[in-house]
Write a protein that binds this ligand. Structure first.
Ligand code: HEC
Length: 109
């Protein structure tokens, strides 16, 4: 195999991975909207400004973001969050949780 072929393949794999990440982000945005997260949270200037999520992608790891969705009660206790009403645990399909986490990981300041 020539060096240029290897290069071309590497570029293709990169594009495919990027497209997959874009898909997950779009799906995550939809899950966020469908789950009505914006009742208590804002992203940019949309939603409830008492709980801005801008920057959660740099504040938390993917695993911690996932915990916030599936075990919000646990994370509330862990971070000693006091805002009311507090967040409930979401029982979403695994794919939805993954997409939501992928979306939140893009929220960086
Ligand atoms: C009933 C209100 C409510 C709803 C609905 C809600 N949350 Fe929360 N969430 C909270 C509260 C309260 C906290 C604690 C931190 C704070 O005070 O903002 C929190 C914290 C978080 C955090 C950590 C924020 C940080 O900066 O520490 C993330 C991430 C999060 N929520 C994601 C979500 C997602 C995703 C949804 C939708 C699936 C959602 N929340 C729905 C009330 C809510």
């Amino acid at each position: 195999m020539t060096k240029s072929m290897v290069m071309a393949m590497a570029v293709c794999v990169g594009i495919a991975a990027n497209a997959a990440a874009q898909d997950a982000k779009a799906k995550g945005e939809k899950v966020y909207a469908d789950s009505k997260c914006s009742l208590c949270h804002s992203i940019g200037d949309k939603g409830n400004k008492k709980g801005p999520l801008d920057g959660v992608g740099s504040k938390y790891s993917a695993d911690e973001l996932k915990q916030w969705v599936v075990d919000a009660k646990g994370m509330t206790a862990k971070t000693k969050a006091t805002r009311k009403p507090d967040m409930k645990n979401y029982a979403l399909p695994k794919d939805d949780v993954d997409a939501l986490v992928a979306y939140m990981q893009t929220l960086k300041k």
